[in-house]
Design a protein around this ligand. Structure first.
Ligand code: HEC
Ligand code: HEC
Ligand code: HEC
Ligand code: HEC
Ligand code: HEC
Ligand code: HEC
Ligand code: HEC
Ligand code: HEC
Length: 425
């Protein structure tokens, strides 16, 4: 292990020395240092941190917003007006303006694609401003749906979405430095860090944010600055924390939606909307115990195997790396397999179609929760027989989970006795 990390260190140092001249070519060092610290873009970071760059390139962060003029293949489908219209016909009742008044973007109108996993939206310009075209492609189902077909021209992208999907957004100048979630979205602006001579390690460290050196609560807010939903506090009408920088307190710049927001929250602190992982997580025991996003996820790691959602380990192995012993009693004795996430992180939030995004509260949702509040449960991803009687499933579950092994019997017995005593009083 020690040998390996030394090797990694050595190769990192070599790449730093080899590429310094490349930075010098791109950045006028003296001039850059004389000016305020600002955004330079991930391509500059790459010249010295090739490994981080390479790993980051494989994550969706680097792909959130993609320039169509540089690579047409970023379009996941063709922008064929005929096909769009056919799909819109099927949902005509949901359209807010008549079909012949809807704007269907043409290939040459689209400047950037937004997203590539669940759904894709399209960035176009109107009168010099960026707007999100009112057509959305849902990737899993392969269908077109409408998106703010009536008011899309009142929703400027930079203000509504910009800071969560691009890096170095300047609302006053109406510009951004880099499409997608670049290095500086999490590390803060890096022009001074990049321009300082490589030998000046201390100066370099002082001029860039390293999340692992921040206190946990502040570090996790970096992720919370985007995996969140709410309102900017400094700029009215903006959906992202305008003015926030990694290392600062997010609350100053952002208010998350309240727990009783019926459109985007289920009862009990579970998210209905997507990009709310931080809200969910705050409601979890993991948050109380300091188990945060990077306890489970990597954002760039040398040689990181490509697991779904960039988890540190695959499937149950991740949970079992900390929960070494999950007693095979009660809830855990019913099934012959693990599959922790299917019960503890059910797909109940919506990005493109309902139920594509996992809960991060880590609490299991039982059939009775659905009966009580209509929230989807963890069970029906598998027990999805159409006429499954939820009350009956709950009863079968209760019967089976009541059973305890001999040594746990005392507790169960005591509880039952307690209940019985109470009932008789
Ligand atoms: C000219 C080379 C160079 C460029 C360009 C460069 N870095 Fe660095 N970076 C370094 C060196 C050298 C260190 C190691 C300093 C040390 O700890 O000895 C470093 C360290 C870091 C650290 C860790 C700091 C710490 O306190 O531990 C981060 C984070 C970082 N760089 C991010 C970036 C980002 C983001 C960019 C692009 C904006 C960037 N770097 C551009 C050379 C560079
Ligand atoms: C989504 C947020 C995020 C993005 C984007 C990101 N980083 Fe990081 N980076 C982190 C976090 C969190 C840490 C500390 C924990 C860790 O190492 O994973 C870190 C640590 C580092 C370090 C310190 C050494 C180390 O590995 O611990 C360097 C250097 C670094 N990042 C460079 C980069 C560069 C270069 C890019 C862009 C190519 C980049 N980062 C993009 C979040 C990010
Ligand atoms: C500037 C906004 C921003 C910040 C900061 C940010 N994210 Fe993200 N993250 C996004 C967006 C946007 C996506 C979706 C990208 C896509 O689908 O193309 C995403 C996707 C992800 C994914 C799925 C990645 C994959 O490749 O499958 C994970 C995991 C994730 N983020 C974790 C984190 C963690 C952990 C942090 C903090 C260290 C963080 N993010 C910080 C905006 C951000
Ligand atoms: C507070 C930050 C934030 C704001 C504001 C925001 N998003 Fe996102 N968005 C995210 C994050 C984080 C993800 C990925 C995680 C998830 O979906 O749960 C995402 C995912 C997406 C995706 C799906 C990406 C994929 O690969 O499937 C699209 C499309 C998208 N956003 C478009 C928009 C548009 C358009 C707006 C503005 C009207 C917007 N978002 C506003 C943070 C934000
Ligand atoms: C205890 C572990 C754990 C913690 C803590 C955690 N995650 Fe996750 N996350 C997961 C697992 C497991 C998945 C699903 C992986 C899969 O589908 O295979 C996931 C999926 C995701 C996804 C992909 C969206 C989806 O539902 O497919 C995003 C984005 C994400 N996490 C962001 C975050 C952020 C941001 C935080 C911190 C606020 C965080 N996670 C905290 C374990 C964790
Ligand atoms: C980095 C270590 C770590 C990882 C990885 C991890 N957990 Fe945890 N988990 C903890 C800690 C610490 C607690 C708090 C322990 C406590 O309160 O007794 C906890 C608490 C929990 C709880 C709440 C327990 C209770 O008493 O209410 C559940 C449920 C849970 N984890 C499930 C999971 C699942 C599912 C995964 C995988 C997706 C996972 N954990 C991954 C460390 C971890
Ligand atoms: C069939 C659904 C199901 C599966 C699969 C499942 N759990 Fe649970 N788990 C539950 C229920 C129900 C509880 C009771 C607490 C609750 O409602 O959240 C629970 C409780 C827990 C707790 C807290 C109490 C305790 O026993 O320590 C932890 C930690 C936990 N599970 C981890 C895991 C891990 C790790 C896995 C995967 C190896 C897993 N669970 C798989 C349903 C499940
Ligand atoms: C990942 C898929 C999956 C999930 C999630 C799941 N189950 Fe199951 N369940 C099964 C399978 C398969 C069996 C058959 C026994 C086995 O293979 O272990 C089963 C068996 C059962 C049984 C015993 C047989 C019966 O039908 O009476 C009950 C009760 C049960 N599950 C209830 C639940 C409840 C309640 C939940 C949610 C907390 C749940 N299951 C979540 C797949 C799942």
């Amino acid at each position: 292990m020690a040998f390996l990390s030394r090797l990694v260190f050595l190769s990192a140092s070599i790449s730093i020395f080899c590429h310094t001249s490349a930075v010098a070519q791109q950045l006028d060092q003296k001039k850059t240092l004389a000016e305020p610290n600002t955004y330079v873009g991930s391509e500059i970071c790459r010249t010295c941190h090739l490994e981080h760059y390479d790993a980051w390139k494989r994550t969706l962060h680097s792909k959130m917003l993609q320039d169509v003029s540089k690579n047409e293949d970023v379009l996941v489908t063709e922008l064929d007006e005929k096909v769009m219209k056919e799909d819109f016909k099927k949902i005509e009742k949901k359209l807010k303006v008549p079909m012949d008044q809807i704007y269907f973007p043409k290939r040459e109108d689209v400047l950037y694609t937004i997203g590539s996993q669940w759904k894709q939206r399209y960035l176009v310009k109107q009168d010099g401003k960026y707007f999100i075209a009112p057509t959305q492609f849902n990737i899993d189902k392969g269908r077109w749906v409408n998106y703010h077909d009536h008011d899309w021209k009142e929703r400027p992208w930079l203000k509504k979405c910009g800071g969560c999907h691009a890096t170095g957004v300047d609302l006053e100048k109406e510009t951004f430095n880099e499409p997608g979630v670049g290095c500086e979205a999490c590390h803060g602006p890096g022009s001074h860090h990049a321009a300082l001579p490589v030998g000046e390690s201390l100066g370099k460290r002082a001029n860039i944010v390293n999340p692992s050196k921040l206190t946990g609560g502040v570090a996790v807010q970096i992720c919370g600055s985007c995996h969140n939903r709410g309102k900017a506090t400094k700029v009215k009408g903006s959906g992202w924390p305008v003015g926030y920088r990694p290392g600062k307190a997010l609350e100053t710049y952002y208010r998350s939606i309240p727990a009783d927001d019926k459109k985007k929250m289920y009862p009990g602190g579970f998210s209905k909307g997507h990009h709310q992982q931080y809200i969910d997580w705050k409601n979890s025991r993991h948050a109380d115990s300091g188990v945060d996003c990077i306890s489970c996820h990597v954002v760039h790691e040398l040689g990181n195997p490509v697991f779904q959602s960039k988890t540190k380990l695959e499937g149950d192995k991740l949970c079992l790396s900390c929960h070494e012993q999950v007693a095979q009693v009660g809830a855990h004795s019913v099934h012959s397999f693990g599959n922790c996430a299917n019960c503890h992180m059910p797909r109940i939030a919506k990005s493109a179609e309902s139920g594509d995004i996992r809960s991060h509260v880590f609490k299991v949702l039982l059939p009775k929760d659905t009966l009580e509040t209509k929230i989807p449960n963890s069970c029906q991803s598998c027990h999805k027989h159409q006429d499954e009687d939820l009350a009956d499933l709950q009863k079968r579950w209760d019967n089976l989970t009541k059973r305890q092994p001999a040594n746990g019997g005392d507790v169960a017995q005591a509880r039952q006795n307690g209940d019985a005593t109470q009932a008789s009083q």
